[in-house]
Design a protein around this ligand. Structure first.
Ligand code: CTP
Ligand code: MG
Length: 222
């Protein structure tokens, strides 16, 4: 099987703040984009990254010397659009597609390999899941608690998410609403999605706190 990864990296990073798009921000001297590509590169045959307009040259520079061939496309106004555009840039030979957020630079390659292995073993769609550690409650607009949700049935979902190419293309082709992940589009088709264990290091860089956390983790590894 030929495996490709799509890296949606076209967001601006509003919650992180600053002028540079989030994927091009540095963590311990290396862009999130490069770190996220490196996390998947040993498990895939090629990578397509979707970046903001005017960031293609910077992306090519950031990806020089990566462990697998990379292509750069301009993404869209939503994450879903960015993935859709990248899908159209895949080589015809690709039959398994991983979608991995540029914003998850520290996802261990072992989790990536487990996602690929699950697709190889026959799953049409695979997502990494981690337990939800906090008590979860639903609240009304004023912040008053309505109910405590049974968290034993809840997991938090990370990326990379792995798919049979035909399934992911069909899911994006018929998508009627904007979803926050690709598996939701596959679920809408009624196709089963399975989980593999994720990893806490695969957390998404969203706020400045997450940058501090990522740099601390990288510092503690050396
Ligand atoms: N993404 C994308 N195209 C968009 C929006 C998001 O490719 N139009 C990508 C981001 O670059 C990121 C991933 O989707 O790698 C997850 O999105 P998120 O963490 O929300 O990143 P941003 O949208 O950049 O951040 P924010 O929502 O704070 O603006
Ligand atoms: Mg966003």
């Amino acid at each position: 099987m030929t495996v490709a990864a799509i890296i949606p990296a076209a967001g601006s990073g509003k919650r992180l703040g600053g002028d540079t798009p989030k994927a091009f921000r540095l963590i311990a001297g290396t862009t999130l984009l490069r770190r996220s590509v490196d996390a998947v590169a040993t498990s895939v045959d090629s990578v397509v990254v979707a970046v903001p307009p005017h960031w293609c040259v910077a992306a090519q520079a950031a990806l020089a010397g990566a462990a697998c061939p990379t292509a750069v496309v301009v993404g869209g106004a939503t994450r879903q659009e960015s993935v859709f555009v990248a899908l159209t840039a895949l080589a015809p030979s690709v039959d398994v597609v991983l979608v991995h957020d540029a914003a998850r630079p520290l996802m261990p390659p072992a989790v990536v390999a487990a996602v690929v292995a699950a697709v190889h073993a026959g799953a049409a769609a695979v997502v990494p899941a981690v337990p939800v550690p906090d008590t979860v409650k639903s609240v009304d607009a004023a912040g008053r608690v309505i109910a405590t949700v049974d968290r034993t049935a809840l997991v938090a979902i990370q990326t990379p998410q792995g798919f049979r190419r035909d399934v992911l293309e069909r899911a994006h082709g018929v998508a009627s609403a904007v979803a926050t992940d690709d598996a939701a589009l596959v679920e809408a088709l009624g196709i089963p999605v399975v989980t593999v264990p994720g990893h806490p290091a695969g957390f998404k860089i969203t706020t400045p706190y997450d940058v501090v956390l990522a740099e601390a983790l990288l510092g503690s590894r050396t």
